[in-house]
Design a protein around this ligand. Structure first.
Ligand code: HEM
Length: 583
């Protein structure tokens, strides 16, 4: 849609914004890296709501929480659609990506199902999965902190795989297909998302379409194979709790998809939940480590709270009422370094006028999460990491009682109106347990060179995709005592048996089935790194393979494919065990 002054009703005026060049609008001004800083800078110049044009599309940028609520929540009827993503042109209609779906009946039904599945699991404390995976994560991190990105991504993907399908084993393939999706939908991940006419190029000429088709094929195999796996486990009487099991046991109504959809639809709803969980939560966990390096005083305060309240043991989810500082740290990390800094865009359906400004129907509406968390009236000294802003009455964000507040419910960083994030129970528990666990187990410090000087750590260098993660940085992490080192060993031992057995069986089956052992990236750092160019080679090689269904560890899945192509296998991971360093 091009700005058309004839559409502006009498008395209204166009939104302010940078002057556009013919055809390209302001596209040349938006940097590939940290684009949200440019949009934030423009908000200082043009105000808390302004517009830009890019290749004929109008984009509206909102930097004030009040305005975001006025439009996206109060006028939700008109502001709850999603824009078309040129590199994923059926995103609004396919029913495969709830979060990217248009405002249609399929989306409404899927959103209800997603909420129901989440509620059942949240009421069961997420079946203890985040704690189980947290214990594994802490042990691995304590062994080799330099692999922190790999272990963080393993933690998030394994936890959400358990929640979705009752098994951690889909995690490696989930990570690959999910990262590919992130590239496909991000403005900086695929050229057609910026130069939209490229979406009309036929598939045989379009590297972007070919890559996305291969990724989608892999994803379909993964999701369908995983549902089969749950059926197998149910038939054998040993299915672990999961979203899919809840659907099959309680919500599936063959022949009637009116309320919860059918199994094919639920397959993709759960897939979307798994994708969302695997994509996002690693960002704040990594940002937490970054914050501890820049703010050692807050690390000490957090350790004091955890040590005093938990009397030497690692914090658990049941301790949350008694750990307000830990909850404040969780919330402050998300505020300080928003995981989705430009937000997930909404689309407006009909022309609208807001405070005298014309907003054209069809425009893309961005709640600029980065700017929203930098509003000095709400967050004084916004650039500083300061959990006290959630705990002391002198700050505008303080809320009582501290047994409940701060918490993540209703936080701007999870969006607005009818499209708000549905994963908050997972985010809350994953972050509480990992951040509390790291504070309990480890002292995070800047690395020192042989000459005693500190290795510098960046302040705000983040990856450019829709979900932003810190660029790699170096640090030291020492286990805080011999006693904790022994406890970490026990935490690892308790969780590992079942995994090892399954992975060993996978390896055996994979070898007999395919004789190939390199279909997955050798080093998952490739996937964890999220730097488009670094990762595309590994992802591309995987997607370039012709793949059938995807193993989740059950015998029936492995090797079940279209007959001509092998299913990708899970590589067995061997964990090196350097000596634990105790400080
Ligand atoms: C730190 C972690 C996360 C952050 C910061 C986050 C943030 C967001 C944001 C900003 C939106 C868009 C809201 C809007 O359009 O107004 C969203 C949507 C969504 N999120 Fe999350 N999210 C996180 C984790 C998760 C997890 C773990 C799940 C798993 C279920 C999840 C599921 C969804 C879904 C299904 C939607 C789409 C809702 C819709 O379009 O109707 N998110 N999230």
């Amino acid at each position: 849609i091009v700005r058309d002054r004839r559409r502006i009703p009498p008395g209204a005026r166009p939104l302010p914004g940078p002057r556009s060049l013919p055809l390209i609008g302001r596209v040349h001004d938006v940097p590939k890296e940290l684009s949200w800083l440019k949009f934030y800078e423009w908000s200082k110049e043009y105000g808390p709501i302004y517009q830009t044009e890019m290749f004929g599309s109008v984009h509206v940028w909102i930097s004030s929480e009040r305005i975001a609520h006025d439009l996206l929540s109060r006028r939700a009827v008109n502001y709850s659609d999603r824009p078309q993503i040129p590199n994923l042109p059926d995103n609004r209609t396919s029913g495969h990506y709830l979060a990217l779906s248009g405002r249609n009946d399929t989306w409404k039904r899927q959103r209800k199902l997603c909420q129901q599945l989440m509620t059942v699991s949240a009421n069961g404390s997420l079946h203890g999965y985040p704690a189980k995976e947290r214990d594994r994560f802490l042990y691995l991190l304590s062994r080799d902190p330099s692999q922190y990105r790999e272990y963080v991504e393993q933690f998030t993907a394994r936890t959400v795989s358990r929640l979705s399908w009752g098994s951690p084993h889909p995690a490696p393939v989930l990570r690959v297909t999910t990262f590919g999706l992130l590239e496909s939908i991000s403005p900086s991940g695929a050229l057609p998302n910026v130069v939209s006419w490229l979406m009309h190029i036929p598939t045989f000429l379009s590297p972007w379409k070919q890559k996305e088709n291969a990724r989608h094929h892999l994803e379909a195999g993964l999701l369908k194979g995983n549902v089969e796996y749950v059926h197998d486990r149910i038939n054998e009487g040993n299915a672990e709790p999961s979203f899919v099991r809840t659907f099959i046991d309680n919500l599936s109504r063959p022949g009637d998809k009116s309320k919860w959809g059918d199994e094919a639809e639920a397959t993709y709803v759960v897939g979307q939940m798994a994708i969302a969980g695997a994509l996002t939560i690693g960002s704040p966990i990594q940002s937490f480590i970054l914050a501890m390096l820049h703010y050692p005083d807050w690390q000490k305060k957090l350790q004091n709270e955890v040590d005093t309240v938990c009397e030497g043991r690692c914090p658990e989810w049941d301790d949350r009422e008694k750990l307000p500082l830990l909850r404040a740290v969780v919330k402050e990390v998300i505020r300080w370094r928003p995981p989705v800094p430009t937000g997930i865009p909404h689309a407006i359906e009909q022309d609208d006028v807001y405070e005298g400004y014309f907003i054209p129907g069809g425009a893309t509406i961005h709640a600029l999460e980065w700017a929203i968390t930098r509003d000095e009236a709400i967050y004084p000294d916004a650039d500083a990491f300061n959990p006290a802003r959630w705990l002391e009455p002198k700050y505008p964000t303080y809320k009582e009682p501290l047994t409940v507040h701060p918490n993540l419910n209703g936080f701007s960083q999870f969006g607005f109106g009818r499209r708000t994030c549905q994963g908050i129970p997972i985010v809350d528990q994953d972050l509480f347990l990992t951040m509390g666990g790291i504070a309990w187990a480890l002292n995070i410090n800047k690395k020192r060179r042989a000459d005693g000087t500190e290795v510098p750590v960046h302040w705000n260098d983040y990856t450019p995709l829709l979900i932003a993660k810190p660029a790699p940085f170096e640090f030291d992490a020492a286990v805080r005592s011999e006693e904790k080192a022994a406890m970490l060993e026990r935490m690892w031992e308790t969780g590992k048996g079942e995994d090892d057995e399954e992975e060993e069986r996978n390896e055996l089956l994979a070898q007999t089935n395919t004789g190939k052992d390199d279909i997955l990236p050798q080093h998952d750092d490739d996937v964890a790194s999220d730097r488009g160019s670094e990762t595309s080679a590994a992802t591309g090689s995987l997607l370039g393979e012709s793949v059938g269904s995807v193993s989740t560890g059950s015998e029936s899945d492995v090797g079940e494919s279209d007959g001509s192509t092998p299913g990708p296998e899970f590589k067995r991971r061997t964990f090196v065990s350097p000596k634990i360093v105790v400080q």
